[in-house]
Design a protein around this ligand. Structure first.
Ligand code: HEC
Ligand code: HEC
Ligand code: HEC
Ligand code: HEC
Ligand code: HEC
Length: 670
């Protein structure tokens, strides 16, 4: 073993020296020319969203140097991600590791600024580990040994497999001195996972290959250079294509402790992203975690920069974006302090992919008016989850909430639920926790989709190891989610949402992944028409969740450090979806034709239109009794009201011209 390591070490050093000398001058040139081309061509074709171009805009030289700062430590079972840079970092020739448009698809470049690459240096995580230890000092090291299993898998497994972990396992102080651990979910942290019982594993229990195999998803990789340089042999492992390889770290079960720190013997399912996916339609449809989180490059890509005669292979991009734009921004802004290797432009790319994914791939939102009594407005909002697990999923702090605003004719706010400001957070949110609502009629009620943990006493808790019961879990279920599924007991919908007849049910069928909620608002003003504006917001790290931690900031430097970064950060939630709807007094969706109201109209009154459906006419013409056009009405005149005192008494018509047809309504001026 010793001899082999020595040879790798030399080869590595030789190859590292190579990057700056051979490529830097060229790269400087590319860096100058690329941005101009990228902006003029790229933005014309695809509009604003283009994280790959964004990446190219930054100083490539710096980016490459930063990749050289990745961990190059070599362990017995794992090796640092810096040792993959030589052949899997962006190709200065622009031939390998590019898609058909020439955009870099380098796994090192993409992965380096993701949450997983930074999972061990993540300041929230570090602060939270301290928090759990401070609450329960007798178990501190044992707890740390649990937390590091998934957040610092290379360090954790290396220590356990080589027998160098202490009696209490692999702790935070071990991690702080261990580059392999601080490498986060590194390249070999995933690629060395063997295909042994993966679906049933949890808590970061991983079968690590003892012989330095780096499993990949394409067949017959050429191993002339890689094992010689890194000691790791590229090999085809079909398991790399399936969700099971993600299962163990994305299934987190805890052993409940009471308020004295004694284990109750109960197992609590804290994070069940993998099992939520198992209980979804995506599982049956062969839509794996990788399908969404590692999008395949169309036409494949050449997987390595050396040798120069390779041909394109199946290639999954290492995007790994979820919803955590907040922490990615926080880490970008504190990268120097946190000693993170990724360049700001790399973080920017991951952040814009995250926001794009939240806004385009996460949820659909609709709003429509329902029939109501004259003294109220009733709207129905429908959400549909588009992701392969619950939304939100993962860490129990994540939440989504609805902001519903009713706007009157003059633009005044008539009603609002779910307003957010940085000082208060979500307005109207109850102190303990907000119930799940099926109908909201008071501005103090707000729909929040979240999981709320309760301790043995039934009180809400943010202490992970105290979680004993689910007080609330109304996170939107994935399409196909069923209460009859064998894993249902691990991913149950919480008590209140389970009683909501339209939660995950539509037209009587279970598994819709939808929820419907009615807003019933008293019509106090004189408005004949209103606008409903609905927004779905997402928050990864809400203030209320971390305040419990900050109470301990005197006792832990890591908590204090995170608190100051947190308070400095822009905490505005991400708007995931928006919907606008109109409301008309007297509207009844069950009546199939448009109406004029009142009819007849007398002198002091306004004549207005009440629609029968959501489609608006392109033009509205006022006709006299003989069918001659008198004038065209604006939408505002037609819906808010048109003063009729200038018209002589008699019969009139309103002609509505829709895209495909016209309708004429007869009405009488008294
Ligand atoms: C089974 C693997 C696993 C274990 C064990 C684990 N975590 Fe995590 N943790 C995760 C995953 C996966 C996420 C991200 C989920 C998401 O994005 O919602 C996460 C996210 C977090 C976050 C949020 C980080 C952020 O930036 O938003 C904190 C805090 C955290 N974990 C703390 C802990 C603590 C404390 C422990 C030990 C008690 C622990 N974790 C143990 C897998 C694990
Ligand atoms: C000296 C160059 C070199 C280095 C350094 C290198 N690789 Fe590779 N890698 C290659 C080549 C060449 C291939 C095969 C490409 C082909 O056959 O088209 C490859 C393929 C792979 C594959 C795909 C295997 C498959 O069948 O799908 C994985 C996974 C991989 N490398 C991971 C890594 C990891 C992890 C590291 C760092 C520990 C690393 N590589 C370092 C050159 C390298
Ligand atoms: C159909 C596409 C799809 C599939 C399949 C899918 N995801 Fe996701 N996932 C998303 C989208 C979109 C988001 C961002 C919205 C969100 O935060 O939930 C996301 C978010 C996440 C998050 C962040 C959690 C949160 O709510 O902030 C984690 C962790 C995650 N996915 C892991 C997985 C794992 C593990 C699998 C496989 C078991 C998987 N995903 C399958 C689309 C998918
Ligand atoms: C979270 C787990 C994970 C991490 C971390 C990870 N990979 Fe991968 N990698 C995968 C999976 C899964 C695939 C297969 C994707 C596919 O083709 O569906 C893959 C594929 C590859 C491939 C072959 C292309 C392909 O799609 O078959 C290469 C090369 C590679 N990874 C290199 C790396 C390098 C270098 C790093 C570190 C910078 C890294 N990976 C980090 C999971 C990971
Ligand atoms: C060795 C453990 C491990 C494995 C294997 C693993 N993950 Fe993760 N993953 C984590 C941890 C830990 C985090 C949370 C990091 C943090 O927030 O600090 C995470 C976070 C994520 C996120 C959330 C990112 C965000 O912005 O919200 C996504 C998405 C994700 N993983 C997808 C995957 C997919 C897909 C796979 C399988 C190909 C996978 N993971 C395999 C440990 C792992």
């Amino acid at each position: 073993m010793g001899g082999r390591m020595g040879r790798h070490q030399r080869a590595l050093q030789a190859n590292f020296a190579k990057i700056p000398i051979e490529t830097m001058n060229r790269r400087r040139l590319i860096a100058l020319i690329l941005p101009l081309v990228a902006i003029s061509v790229g933005s014309l074709i695809t509009g604003a969203y283009h994280p790959d171009r964004l990446q190219a805009k930054d100083d490539d030289e710096w980016t490459l140097r930063r990749m050289g700062e990745l961990c190059t430590e070599e362990g017995v079972y794992f090796t640092g991600s810096g040792n993959c840079v030589n052949c899997h970092a962006p190709d200065p020739e622009g031939e390998a590791l590019v898609d058909e448009y020439g955009n870099s698809v380098s796994p090192v470049q993409d992965w380096q600024a993701t949450m997983m690459a930074n999972s061990a240096r993540d300041p929230f995580w570090q602060a939270k580990v301290d928090h759990e230890g401070l609450i329960n000092p007798e178990h501190r090291e044992a707890i740390e040994n649990v937390c590091t299993a998934c957040h610092a898998p290379q360090g954790f497994h290396e220590a356990h497999l080589t027998g160098t972990a202490g009696v209490n396992g692999y702790t935070m102080s071990d991690l702080m001195q261990d580059e392999l651990g601080l490498d986060g979910v590194g390249c070999t942290g995933c690629h060395a996972i063997d295909d042994i019982g993966l679906a049933g594993r949890f808590n970061g229990d991983l079968p690590i290959n003892p012989d330095h195999v780096a499993w990949g998803a394409f067949e017959n990789p050429w191993d002339g250079l890689m094992s010689g340089q890194t000691g790791f042999i590229p090999a085809f492992g079909e398991h790399m294509r399936g969700s099971e390889v993600c299962a163990s770290c994305h299934s987190l079960y805890t052993h409940t402790q009471d308020l004295e720190g004694e284990e109750t013997g109960q197992v609590f399912f804290e994070q069940t992203t993998y099992l939520e996916w198992v209980n979804s339609a995506y599982n049956a449809e062969n839509v794996q975690c990788q399908t969404c989180h590692m999008p395949l490059v169309e036409g494949g890509a050449i997987a390595a920069t050396q040798p120069n005669w390779l041909f394109p292979q199946r290639f999954g991009r290492h995007h790994f974006v979820g919803g955590n734009a907040f922490m990615l921004k926080l880490m970008r802004d504190n990268a120097v302090l946190l000693n993170l290797s990724a360049a700001p432009s790399q973080f920017d790319s991951t952040i814009s992919r995250t926001i794009h994914s939240l806004q385009r791939e996460t949820a659909l939102l609709h709003v429509r008016q329902l029939a109501s009594a004259p003294e109220e407005w009733v709207f129905e909002v429908e959400l549909e989850n588009l992701v392969g697990h619950k939304f939100p999923s993962g860490y129990p702090a994540r939440l989504a909430f609805l902001e519903f605003t009713l706007i009157g004719e003059k633009g005044d706010t008539l009603f609002q639920s779910g307003r957010w400001t940085s000082d208060v957070g979500i307005h109207g949110r109850d102190l303990g926790y907000e119930p799940h609502w099926d109908e909201i009629s008071d501005p103090d009620q707000v729909q929040i989709y979240e999981m709320v943990l309760g301790d043995v006493a039934g009180q809400t808790t943010q202490v992970l190891e105290r979680a004993a019961v689910v007080l609330k879990d109304n996170r939107l279920t994935p399409r196909g989610f069923s209460t009859m599924h064998p894993v249902h007991d691990t991913v149950q919908v919480g008590p209140m949402a389970a009683l909501d007849l339209d939660f995950n049910r539509k037209d009587g069928n279970e598994g819709s992944g939808t929820d419907q909620i009615r807003y019933r608002i008293p019509a106090t003003g004189a408005d004949h028409t209103v606008q409903a504006s609905v927004k779905l917001h997402y928050q990864a790290v809400p203030k209320r969740w971390v305040e419990a931690l900050f109470e301990f900031s005197d006792e832990s430097e890591r908590i204090a450090a995170f608190e100051s970064m947190y308070l400095d950060a822009d905490r505005t939630p991400v708007v995931v979806a928006t919907a606008l709807g109109r409301g008309w007094s007297g509207f009844d969706p069950s009546v199939s034709s448009w109406k004029v109201a009142p009819n007849p109209v007398s002198n002091g009154q306004l004549m207005r239109l009440i629609p029968s459906n959501e489609a608006l006419p392109q033009s509205i013409i006022l006709l006299d009794a003989r069918g001659r056009a008198i004038r065209e009405l604006s939408t505002n005149e037609a819906f808010v009201g048109y003063a009729v005192q200038d018209l002589a008494s008699g019969v009139y018509y309103v002609q509505l011209n829709f895209e495909e047809h016209s309708e004429t309504i007869r009405w009488v001026k008294q």
